[in-house]
Ligand binder design. Structure first.
Ligand SMILES: Nc1ncnc2c1ncn2[C@@H]1O[C@H](COP(=O)(O)OP(=O)(O)OP(=O)(O)O)[C@@H](O)[C@H]1O
Length: 450
């Protein structure tokens, strides 16, 4: 709890005791009040993590009714507050009642300062643990999606939700995105979320295999089918029987092989090279490419009929630069991972590194980020990884000017709304959720015409 100030609220109507308690603690920001109204006001204003509450408050200083009412109101206002109640001697019953109502603990009067100090310290500790738990739970929910994919960007969360939705249906999926954006990770996530999860996930990068070998890789070959075919070998398609076949860089498959792939997709049987008997294969196809397949279809480099077989669902994956905030998030994740594996002395990023990570355009996307962080963790000779360790220390980071960014966003939204409302000012204001005068002011400021 070092980052957050520890705030303690003392609710006690006996001013002498109040003063005594004030001086009993060290390291807390203390507020002391004497009645219910002041206690609730302090709870709202200060948000103390821990409260000590005397049950005997005015107008019922000798009973407990006002104390219980205060306890109830405080818990209703901020249920995570740790409230420790003081019960007069012999008042075990009221102490138990307070606990049943949600108090954290109780102490008996007359006060033993040391004992109370321990109870208060423990209450802060428990509060901090609970807060940390909530924070972690929220993080896990918000940031990891679909098979270990890490993201907090709405653009990417939309992609993972789409994939989760199409996973159960046996449709072919085409993933479009630049290199290193996580296409294979998503394909694997799709497989894991599909009814074929028990089958195997077989990936093949069509660009990484020479054209002459690609056919044999995909379809397999019989012994003696060509020079060097010393034994019968099953291809990747067969290996994906009952599972998912991920064809990465599908745009790199040469035309003659596209014909063979199409035939497989139509008939769901393959023939190994040099083989004569058709082998039925039941597999789901997921493909990916960084190329513009539409353009390739248009100029005849990719078969249109194959495209429609492969692209029953098309999912576009945003580049890392299009997911604001994700670069920093992923960088911290990779730093933790590689520090654990390779250089435990490294504990985090220096401020200049974080600024550089945010400003860099990441042409190689997540793969580039992972590689830079990995190398930096190995190279770093201090506890903190610097921009220089990441090899990102050239030039000034582009300044972030919130005003300019907001203006640009305002202009864009107003132009869109004007177009949709066909220049009608009332309609435009309604679409934007602002008043007509506000819209006029903005249009004047930005020099926009209806
Ligand atoms: N959102 C993410 N969270 C965690 N790790 C990620 C994420 N995106 C990508 N990665 C990791 O980055 C690396 C590259 O991802 P992947 O291989 O899936 O990209 P790709 O788009 O298939 O790349 P290519 O087209 O170059 O094959 C992998 O190590 C992957 O685990």
């Amino acid at each position: 709890m070092s980052a957050e100030m520890r705030r303690l609220l003392i609710v006690e109507d006996d001013l002498g005791l109040q003063r005594q308690l004030r001086w009993a603690y060290e390291g807390y920001a203390i507020t002391a009040v004497g009645d219910r109204a002041a206690a609730l006001a302090a709870l709202r204003a200060e948000e103390p993590q821990v409260v000590t509450l005397d049950l005997g408050l005015p107008p019922d200083p000798d009973g407990t009714s006002e104390g219980f009412a205060t306890l109830e109101a405080m818990l209703a206002l901020k249920p995570d507050t740790k409230i420790i109640v003081a019960s007069g001697h012999g008042a075990r019953e009221s102490a138990l009642k307070a606990i049943a109502m949600g108090a954290f603990d109780f102490y008996a009067k007359p006060i033993d300062i040391d004992t109370l100090g321990l109870i208060v310290a423990r209450a802060f500790h428990v509060h901090a643990l609970e807060a940390e738990n909530r924070r972690l739970a929220a993080r896990i929910e918000g940031e990891t999606a679909l098979g270990g994919m890490l993201t907090a960007a709405p653009e990417m969360l939309k992609v993972t939700r789409t994939i989760e939705r199409v996973a159960p249906a046996d449709v072919s999926v085409l993933l479009l995105g630049a290199s290193g954006t996580g296409k294979e990770l998503l394909a694997r996530g799709l497989h894991d979320a599909s009814p074929r999860a028990q089958g195997s996930f077989v990936a093949i990068n069509c660009a990484a295999i020479p054209e002459t070998l690609l056919e044999s890789e995909l379809f397999g070959h019989e012994k003696g089918a060509f020079t060097g075919a010393i034994k019968t070998t099953a291809g990747k398609i067969e290996a994906a029987q009952g599972g998912t076949l991920f064809l990465d860089e599908i745009g790199d498959v040469p035309l003659p092989l596209q014909v063979k792939l199409l035939r497989f997709l139509q008939e769901r049987v393959i023939e190994r090279i040099g083989g004569r008997k058709p082998i039925p294969v039941d597999t789901r196809i997921v493909c990916a490419t960084h190329q513009d397949l539409d353009a390739m279809v248009a100029d005849g480099r990719f078969r249109e009929d194959l495209y429609y077989r492969l692209a029953e669902i098309v999912v576009r994956i945003p580049s890392l630069a299009e997911r604001p905030g994700d670069a920093g998030l992923l960088a911290r994740h990779f730093l933790r991972r590689y520090a654990r594996q390779m250089n435990a002395a490294v504990t985090g990023f220096a401020p200049d590194a974080l600024a550089a990570i945010d400003a860099w355009g990441w042409p190689g996307n997540v793969r580039e980020l992972e590689n830079r962080v990995k190398r930096a963790v190995i190279m770093a000779d201090a506890k903190q990884v610097t921009a220089a360790d990441l090899d990102l220390d050239h030039g000034e980071a582009e300044p972030i000017n919130l005003k300019a960014i907001r203006e640009e966003a305002d202009r864009r939204a107003i132009r869109h709304a004007l177009a949709r409302a066909q220049g009608n000012i009332s309609g435009t204001a309604r679409l934007l959720g602002i008043s007509r005068p506000t819209l006029y002011d903005l249009m004047k400021a930005y020099d926009l015409q209806p």
